[in-house]
Design a binder for this molecule. Structure first.
Ligand code: G4P
Length: 503
C-alpha cells in the first residue's frame, strides 16, 4: 500500500453540481465505469425514470434503514483515488446539499449544452463560488443538437461571473457531431462513425481561432481560486469526451486542502494529528434503530479504526470503531482513511453539524459551517397540546442536527421553521412523528426573503405586514420579507439600515 504522503497526494474529493436532468447521474456512472467499480451503466440508484420522489424515498429509507451507499462514491483511476460526494438536486434538494459543498476540494459543474445554465446550477454555483475552490465545467449532451459553443461559454461569464478557459471545443453537435477539438494537443478527437461535413469543421476552426485571439489566458492561480473554469464538452451518455475530461480533471484538480481553525492556525493534511469535521448527519429513518450517521470529512492525519478522538465542542472522548466508508455498491467497514476521505461514524446522538473531532492533545476547532439563507417558511404547531415536552425536545434536537432552521416570532413564542428545500419540512415532520411521537401541523407562510439586521439598528416599528420580524435560534433579529419588492421598498425607506444575507 502507498504510504500516507502518496495517498494524500493522490486523493481528489469533489461534488458534481447541476440542474436536474443535465446528466449528473449519467456522468457519475461513466466515471465509475472508468474506475471499474461498476460494469454497466444503469446501476446507480435513482437514475432517469427510476428517480425517486421524496415520499418514495422516505418509505424506502424506512424499509431498509439508512441508505448512504450513494452519498459518497469512491473509485481509483490511473493512480488517483477519487471521492465523489453526492449533492442531490430535484425533490431532495436541501441544506445537506449546500453543506456537502463545504466538504469538497473542487467541483464539477455539468450543464446541458442544449439548455445552458439553469436555476439550480446557478444556486449551487453561488454557494461554491463563496468558497473560492476550483470549478470544472462539463457541457454535456453534444450528441444532441447543442447551442452554439461560444454562447455557452459566454454565459458562464455573464450569468455566473466566472471566466472560462475551454480545454476542448465541439466540432458540430447532434447528427453532425464531428468530434471535439483538443485545444492543447491541437488535434481533433473524432466522434465515432461521423460522416464528414467540412463546413462544420471550418466553422469550428474559425471559432477556435477567435478563442485563441480573444480568449482568457490560462492562469493556474485563477483556476485554483475558482475565478477561471476549465471547460470541456462531451456526451456522458455515449461516453464521448469523458475520458479526456477525467484525465485533465485529475491533472488540475487539487489534492486535499489545508484548513484554518477558529484561532487562525493552519491544519495541514500531512499533520500527524488526526482531525475532521461533521458536515452532514443522516438520521436513520427506521424508528426501530435510533442511530444516525455523522459524515466526517478528514482534514489531517490518518484515521485508524478504533482510534480515540475528542469531540471539541464538549471535550467528550469517543472511540471511532463503528465507522463506514462508502463504495458504489456496498458499505465497507473501513480500517484506515486519509484526508480528503469521508467516513461515516455511527452516532447515538453525540454529534452536531459543524463539530470538530481530533486525536491527540492539541485542541483543534474548525469554524462553524455557514448558515444558508432559507427561502421557504412554515409556522409549526403540535397537534396535541399535551405533548409540549416532546415537541420542544424534538425541535431542539432536529435544529441542532441541521435538519431545519428555527425562528421565533418577535414577541410571542410562535415557532417558524425555514428551509432551502421542501424536503427538509417533510423529513422534519416525519422525524417528529417517528422519533418524538409528536404530530405536528404546518401553517405555510410561503416563500420569503430573509435578511438579518444589526440589533442596534432595529426599531420594532420597521416591521409591517410585508416584513415579518422574527428571531433566529441565537435570538438575532431577522426580517422575513414578502418578496424582493418589499425588500427594495425597505431599502428605500431606511437607506442607512444594513441588511445581511447569509451564504
Ligand atoms: P441528472 O442526474 O442530472 O438528473 O440526469 P441524468 O443523468 O439522470 O440524465 C437525465 C436524462 O438525460 C436521462 O434520460 C439521460 O439518459 C439523458 N442524458 C444524460 N447524458 C446525456 C448525453 O450525454 N446525451 C444524451 N442524449 N442524453 C443524455 P432519460 O430519458 O430521462 O432517462 P433514461 O430513461 O434514459 O434513463
Amino acid at each position: 500500500m502507498e504510504n500516507f504522503q502518496e495517498q494524500l497526494k493522490n486523493r481528489r474529493t469533489f461534488a458534481i453540481i447541476s440542474h436536474p436532468d443535465a446528466g449528473k447521474t449519467t456522468l457519475t456512472e461513466q466515471l465509475l465505469l472508468h474506475g471499474g467499480v461498476i460494469r454497466e451503466a444503469g446501476t446507480v440508484k435513482g437514475r432517469g425514470s427510476n428517480k425517486l420522489a421524496s415520499s418514495d424515498w422516505m418509505a424506502i429509507e424506512q424499509q431498509r434503514g439508512i441508505s448512504v451507499t450513494s452519498s459518497v462514491l469512491q473509485f481509483d483511476y490511473e493512480g488517483k483515488r477519487i471521492n465523489i460526494l453526492d449533492t442531490p438536486g430535484h425533490e431532495d434538494f436541501s441544506e445537506d446539499t449546500y453543506r456537502t459543498l463545504m466538504a469538497v476540494d473542487s467541483v464539477v459543474m455539468v450543464i446541458d449544452a442544449a439548455k445552458g445554465i439553469e436555476p439550480q446550477t446557478k444556486k449551487l454555483f453561488e454557494i461554491v463560488s463563496q468558497r473560492g475552490i476550483p470549478v470544472f465545467t462539463f457541457f454535456n449532451k453534444i450528441d444532441r443538437d447543442a447551442r452554439p459553443a461560444l454562447d455557452l461559454v459566454d454565459e458562464l461569464e455573464t450569468v455566473l461571473g466566472i471566466q472560462a478557459y475551454p480545454m476542448n471545443w465541439p466540432v458540430g453537435s447532434g447528427q453532425v457531431l464531428q468530434g471535439i477539438y483538443d485545444l492543447r494537443a491541437d488535434q481533433l478527437v473524432p466522434f465515432k462513425n461521423a460522416t464528414t461535413h467540412s463546413e462544420i469543421v471550418d466553422e469550428a476552426m474559425d471559432e477556435i481561432e477567435l478563442l485563441r485571439d480573444a480568449g482568457n489566458p490560462f492562469d493556474e492561480d485563477k483556476i485554483a481560486h475558482g475565478q477561471l473554469t476549465q471547460v470541456f464538452f462531451g456526451s456522458a451518455l455515449v461516453n464521448f469526451g469523458v475520458t479526456e475530461f477525467l484525465r485533465e480533471y485529475l491533472t488540475y484538480a487539487p489534492a486535499p486542502a489545508a484548513m484554518t481553525t477558529v484561532d487562525d492556525k493552519t491544519i495541514n493534511p500531512e499533520d500527524a494529528q488526526f482531525s475532521g469535521f461533521v458536515f452532514k448527519i443522516q438520521a436513520n429513518m427506521d424508528p426501530r434503530h435510533r442511530d444516525r450517521i455523522a459524515f466526517v470529512r478528514i482534514v489531517s492525519g490518518e484515521f485508524n479504526r478504533g482510534m480515540d478522538v475528542l469531540l471539541q465542542r464538549n471535550g467528550k472522548k469517543l472511540k471511532l470503531s463503528n465507522v463506514t466508508q462508502f463504495m458504489a455498491e456496498e458499505r465497507e467497514n473501513v480500517q484506515t482513511a486519509v484526508p480528503g476521505d469521508i467516513i461515516g461514524v455511527y452516532d447515538t446522538g453525540n454529534f452536531q453539524i459543524g463539530d470538530t473531532i481530533y486525536s491527540g492533545k492539541k485542541s483543534i476547532q474548525f469554524p462553524d459551517l455557514p448558515t444558508f439563507t432559507p427561502e421557504l417558511f412554515n409556522r409549526v404547531v403540535a397537534k396535541d397540546v399535551m405533548k409540549q415536552k416532546s415537541y420542544h425536545k424534538g425541535i431542539e434536537q432536529l435544529v441542532q442536527e441541521g435538519t431545519i432552521q428555527l425562528y421565533k416570532s418577535w414577541n410571542g413564542g410562535d415557532y417558524i421553521i425555514g428551509a432551502v428545500g421542501q424536503l427538509q419540512f417533510e423529513v422534519f415532520q416525519f422525524r417528529m412523528e417517528n422519533e418524538y411521537n409528536v404530530e405536528i401541523q404546518f401553517e405555510p407562510i410561503g416563500s420569503k426573503v430573509a435578511r438579518w439586521i444589526k440589533p442596534e439598528q432595529l426599531d420594532e416599528k420597521m416591521s409591517s405586514s410585508r416584513n415579518l420580524l422574527v428571531k433566529d435560534r441565537y435570538d438575532e433579529p431577522v426580517f422575513l420579507f414578502e418578496n424582493k419588492f418589499a425588500l427594495n421598498w425597505f431599502h428605500d425607506k431606511y437607506p442607512d439600515v444594513e441588511l445581511e444575507e447569509k451564504m
